[in-house]
Structure formats: C-alpha cells, structure tokens
Design a protein around this ligand. Structure first.
Ligand SMILES: [Zn+2]
Length: 170
C-alpha cells in the first residue's frame, strides 16, 4: 500500500487532505490541516496542475511554521510582575529621600499601616499602588518575566508590549 506524504510536515500518513495554505494547495495530514483553509477547486488559468512539492519547499514551510509558533509562544508567556523584594526596595528609596513612614504616607495620601506592611513584604500592592509608589520614589517595582506556564498574579493587563518588540530583538 502506498502511503501519502504530508506536504507540510513531511510525515507519511494513510490519508492526506488538500488544503489551501498561504495561497498554495498542499496535501496535508490531519494534524497540519488545522493550519490551512478549505481547498476550493477553481479553474484558475495559472493552475500548474499538481506539480509535486519539492523537499526544500516543505522545509521552508516547516521553518516558517516553527517561527510562527515560537513567536506566539514568547508573546503569550511574557508578563510584567512585581519584583520579589519590593518591600526593601521601597524602604530604601524612601529612606534615601529622607522621609519617614509618616511623611511618606502623607505625601502619597496612603495609610501608614498599609505602607508599613508593604515595606515588610507582607502585603502585595495592587497595580494602582505600584504605579503610585514607582512614581513617588522614582523606582521600578516590576520586571519582565518570560516563563512558560508560570501562573500569573491574576494581572493580565497588557502594558503596550507588542509582537514587533520581540521580533526586532532577534
Ligand atoms: Zn503534516
């Protein structure tokens, strides 16, 4: 029995399905068919009747697909998270400005007891508080974290990072 070869991943499979991928008809395995669109038979004049796709074309497609997946992966797992030692960082910055906790609390209209607990790393400040502290003390309390599958702190807010930021870094 003659097996068919998926023109995207190159795997030998019992059945392939014609699909449209980026404007080209490819015979794909069930797995790869997800990446294509339904193939519709049209009588286009340019229809080079089913020329076999060369190995290099398959390789190129594979690479392109891999890149696409990697990019997506990085994008979806990068978050800005509060640094671990936010408390000491805040306290040091405050002390370097010569303020005691009372003065500092008054200057940003927050309760002293709350700030004391934050400085002791006992209370995790919310986004609003973090922004306030960063501005008041001219410090940065968040860092970019790129970790696969790390559970976020329920803080899914995007901060303007876009896909192109990552692509340009390469
Ligand atoms: Zn395949």
């Amino acid at each position: 029995m003659c097996a068919m070869i998926c023109e995207m991943c190159g795997k030998e499979v019992p059945v392939t399905k014609p699909m449209m991928v980026e404007g080209t008809k490819l015979n794909l395995c069930q797995n790869c068919a997800k990446f294509g669109d339904e193939y519709k038979q049209t009588n286009s004049p340019s229809g080079s009747s089913a020329a076999p796709v060369s190995k290099t074309v398959i390789d190129e497609r594979l690479q392109r697909r891999e890149r696409r997946m990697q990019t997506k992966d990085i994008y979806s797992t990068t978050t800005r998270e509060l640094i671990d030692d936010y408390g000491p960082t805040i306290r040091k910055a405050r002390e370097s400005k010569g303020m005691d906790l009372d003065e500092f609390a008054k200057s940003i209209f927050e309760r002293r007891s709350i700030l004391a607990r934050i400085e002791a790393n006992e209370l995790v400040p919310d986004d609003k508080m973090i922004a306030k502290l960063e501005k008041a003390l001219n410090i940065i309390l968040k860092e970019d974290v790129q970790s696969g599958g790390a559970v976020g702190k329920g803080n899914q807010k995007s901060d303007g990072m876009t896909l192109s930021n990552f692509i340009k870094k390469e």
